[in-house]
Design a protein around this ligand. Structure first.
Ligand SMILES: N[C@@H](CCC(=O)N[C@@H](CS)C(=O)NCC(=O)O)C(=O)O
Length: 206
């Protein structure tokens, strides 16, 4: 049974969606980041950066327990463990990793900054809002062009790149984005929203 340390955020839900898609059994540990649970010494021992998500796989490589943090690293690990949602080798594997890194380096950090400056910042900072909203729209443009030429981000198949990106697009109301402006993203988002594993993963931690 994999131990999942998570909260109801896009980065946490990438991992619960993946666990659901792979049919792996897991125990959910609620880390309430609003209350500061992420700084508890037991959790810091698993993730020294004090952020969700993290997992502990008691049956890691060599039969030894493996603690892991960073959602992208966790998705790659679970994909390799199960042989699902990431080709084993070749160009197709690297295209998946490219779109996964685009999520990790662009979608997550920039959408996250938009959420912060629109919803959480103590004062409205027009320069920051303008900078991050512009970059967010640029990223949506990249996703929309890509999804205009391919069914999924890495091509025909649904992969960990889609699993990583979906929960961020699911927060489109938080970053005030009308998906009607990005019809290919909307087509992809609506299709993924129908997947039972996506629905179950998005409901974690409940
Ligand atoms: N790069 C990390 C980012 C994780 C992250 O930002 N987690 C947020 C929630 S989505 C968090 O735990 N925030 C609490 C904090 O910063 O103290 C990953 O992808 O796992």
């Amino acid at each position: 049974m994999i131990e999942l340390y998570t909260w109801g955020t896009p980065n946490g839900r990438k991992v619960s969606i993946m666990l659901e898609e792979c049919g792996l059994e897991y125990d959910v540990h609620r880390i309430d980041i609003g209350k500061g649970d992420q700084f508890a010494p037991e959790f810091v021992a698993i993730n020294p950066y004090s952020k969700i998500p993290a997992i502990v796989d008691p049956d890691g490589p060599g039969g030894r327990p493996l603690p892991l943090f960073e959602s992208g690293a966790i998705l790659i690990y679970l994909a390799e463990k199960t042989g699902r949602f990431l080709p084993a080798s070749g160009a197709a594997k690297h295209v998946v990793l490219q779109w996964l890194m685009f999520q990790m380096g662009a979608v997550g950090p920039f959408f996250g900054q938009v959420h912060h400056f629109l919803r959480s910042a103590k004062e409205q900072v027009p320069y920051a809002i303008d900078r991050y909203v512009k970059e967010k729209d640029r990223i949506y443009g990249v996703l929309d062009r890509r999804l205009g030429e391919a069914t999924h981000l890495a091509g025909d198949d649904y992969t960990i790149a889609d699993i990583a990106t979906y929960p961020w697009v699911a927060r489109h109301e938080w970053h005030k984005t009308d998906l009607g402006r990005f019809p290919n993203v909307k087509r992809w988002f609506d299709a993924l929203s129908e997947r039972p594993a996506v629905r179950r993963g998005m409901a974690v931690p409940g």
